[in-house]
Design a protein around this ligand. Sequence first.
Ligand code: MN
Length: 385
Amino acid sequence: MKTERVEIFDTTLRDGEQSPGCSMNLEEKVRLARKLEGLGVDIIEAGFPIASEGDFAAVKAVAAECRDVTVAALCRTAEQDVMRAAEALRGAAHPRIHTFVATSDIHLDYKLKKTRLEVIEMTRNAVRLAVDYLCDVFAAAVDSGATILNVPDTVGYTLPNEFAELVRHVRERVVGDRTDITISVHCHNDLGLAVANSLAAISAGARQIECTINGIGERAGNASLEEVVMAMSVRADSLPFLTNINTREIYSTSQLLSQIISFGVQPNKAIVGRNAFAHEAGIHQHGVISNPLCYEIMTPESVGVTANELVLGKHSGRHALALRYEEMGYTLSRAELDSAYGRFSELADRKKRIYDQDLISFISSELDVQTAVANREPWTQVATA
Ligand code: MN
């Protein structure tokens, strides 16, 4: 049943990185790229080389470091853009040039002052008109040798049924019987529909999804890699597609990104949020302790969340705490340990069980920690007693 493969195109380092608070330096980009390669993404979009020296250097460094994955560089259609991307990718084992051009009339003609309503009306008309032009542009790209056609919803405006129809239209008009051409999608989350639109596109024939860890990206972000992948995994009955992602690496990748950039994920974020596998209501706690399937459609372990019950409690000392951090891969300085221990003691007074997620929250950003402590609710045990 699971035969067709969907490629995961990760743009955490490009679209993700260009959003507020998400800047990464070269060393951080390379570290995250290595992690993404281990996670099993098919393509890492490492930057937009013409945009800055930093992006150029990042693409070059990621291409040198990541030999098992395709490394993509973004460029516009001007010759110097394309050449700059090619130059950055010169040393890549599997290079890919990702070029883009605006097709909607609204981007082509209007950078004018208009009211919001006029802009919405213009968008409706432009989208209707642009579809045929979009197909002509794609046909020209295919004639010139392009093998992947990326359909973006840059402003996050579309609805799943519309977007599926657009993809189907491109498939019928441009791709036809050719098996060497892949339709890709790039969806933004302004209406919270980036994942839904991406999955609708897959059902309509797209076979590559551009997405980011934790859904970071311009404005409300991009389609979240972890949600897209787990939707296809958990609902394989209606989405019978394979990806190359090692889902057990999802949580640690999400954590690494949160440590690098300036913010974490909202507590109720699907898959990777602190509360994604937490249960508080008595009836739910009882059900989950009896059998996690009562309220969990996937196990925490399947995405790499250790449901490991800690023996750490309010009587534990700094040494035990430092040891547990080391087991999780964090080596803390004396000052960091003191600070984490203070938070640990405070929480242990109020809460019976302390989980790895709690410990991680003690060492993430100050603001996040304060929120976490203020809103702290007991986690239920998700492993067997
Ligand atoms: Mn984008």
